[in-house]
Design a protein around this ligand. Structure first.
Ligand SMILES: [Fe+2]
Ligand SMILES: [Fe+2]
Length: 400
């Protein structure tokens, strides 16, 4: 029997909850990004959090057409946040992934499917491709998680943890009543479970050695060594993605567009990392031949999210342009078009990142109640990078 249709008010409320749920899902995934050890899973998380924010943007766009200009108004925000914070309290990355994808995302996909069956295909036709796209992306993410967990949670102990957490997540989400189920008291966390976010140290899987220090820049005259260093450095930009992930999780109360821009920024840094990894492979190297540099993530976590964001955008990214342009010209002169093109795309992305920094830093100051001016905070951030950065090139350019 087909599901009973819903009226426009009920359908619109569902879209409102779903856009907030996608945004929260992206922020939660971002918060856990540094805590996910498996390298390919980390990359998948970077892509998925950006997909979730794009789904949220499309839903919000449709809501605007449906005359809901402020889609976050009137939401069960406390309940949403409570559920998300309990899902954040997984103690292992495999548990977290099971809860988020096989609990939360499955509930969202079921809600999209339900929406498709309960709305009017003609009256509400413009909603349907938005909902269908959200559903298809969600289904692909769930398939990824199922495959990942099959290969990553193999021991009976891990399978037990994953199974238990997945059951907890499903019961929690169902009891919340957020996605069309009957509301009930929320289940408590398993004993001794508490939130590990924000993550203090970025994790890497067993294929990698880790080190706190970055890599010394070879002489530009040693073309082979310098190009290898260049793309190895790109591959270490996962730390920038992880810092942004922590910011996305920790900063509350910003306009929705901030989370959208920071989500794209986070995904871009994952892409820069991947670009480095792919170019190294073209040069005859695998990434795990080199130690992973994780110290810059660790010391940045000692600062508040406002300053972390300021250090990345107004100092590290802003100050890197001179070297990037010099590097680009160097590759053009050497006839290394492939390296030159990679650097050019990076410069294009970085220009956006610095612009977002200039746009959002003043807002972040306001929201965090900071009394100092933007210039004062940026000066502080520049000093902090100069004193603490463990990447020699970064330290040098922040002191210029
Ligand atoms: Fe980057
Ligand atoms: Fe960047």
């Amino acid at each position: 029997m087909p599901a009973a249709s819903l009226d426009s008010k009920a359908l619109i409320e569902r879209l409102q909850v779903l856009q907030a749920a996608e945004t929260w899902g992206a922020r939660l995934l971002a918060g856990w990004l540094p805590g996910i050890a498996h390298w390919e899973a980390k990359h998948a998380a970077g892509l998925h959090l950006w997909q979730n924010l794009q789904i949220a943007r499309d839903l919000r766009g449709r809501l605007w057409e449906l005359r809901v200009a402020q889609p976050d108004r009137g939401l069960p925000s406390t309940l949403l946040e409570t559920v998300i914070r309990r899902l954040a309290s997984a103690q292992h990355d495999v548990e977290f992934i099971a809860g988020l994808y096989l609990g939360w995302k499955r509930a969202l996909v079921a809600a999209y499917r339900d929406y498709q069956s309960r709305t009017h295909a003609t009256w509400d036709a413009p909603s349907l491709p938005v909902v269908q796209n959200a559903r298809l992306l969600g289904e692909a993410q769930i398939r990824w998680a199922e495959e990942f967990l099959q290969s990553a949670a193999v021991s009976p102990a891990q399978q037990h943890l994953v199974g238990r957490w997945q059951t907890f997540a499903a019961e929690l989400i169902a009891a919340s009543g957020l996605f069309g189920t009957a509301a009930a008291p929320l289940p408590d966390l398993p004993p001794a479970y508490s939130c590990l976010l924000p993550i203090a140290n970025a994790r890497r899987d067993a294929r990698f050695q880790t080190q706190l220090q970055g890599f010394e820049r070879p002489s530009p005259g040693d073309v082979t060594a310098h190009t290898r260093w260049q793309f190895l450095n790109y591959s270490m930009e996962m730390q920038a993605a992880e810092t942004l992930g922590s910011v996305l999780w920790e900063v509350d109360g910003m306009p929705w567009e901030f989370y959208y821009d920071a989500g794209r920024h986070c995904y871009d840094e994952c892409r820069h990392c991947q670009m480095g990894e792919e170019r190294l492979r073209e040069l005859g190297h695998e990434l795990h031949e080199f130690p992973q540099f994780v110290g810059n993530y660790a010391w940045r976590q000692l600062y508040d999210p406002l300053r972390r964001y300021g250090m990345l955008t107004a100092v590290i990214e802003q100050d890197a342009f001179a070297l990037k342009h010099e590097t680009y010209k160097g590759y053009v002169t050497q006839g290394d078009t492939r390296s030159a093109e990679a650097v050019l795309y990076d410069i294009i992305d970085e220009t956006l990142h610095v612009r977002w920094g200039a746009k959002w830093l003043p807002e972040l100051l306001k929201v965090s109640g900071e009394q100092k001016t933007v210039d004062e905070v940026v000066a502080e951030c520049r000093r902090a990078v100069g004193e603490n950065s463990l990447a020699p090139a970064q330290r040098a350019s922040s002191r210029k």
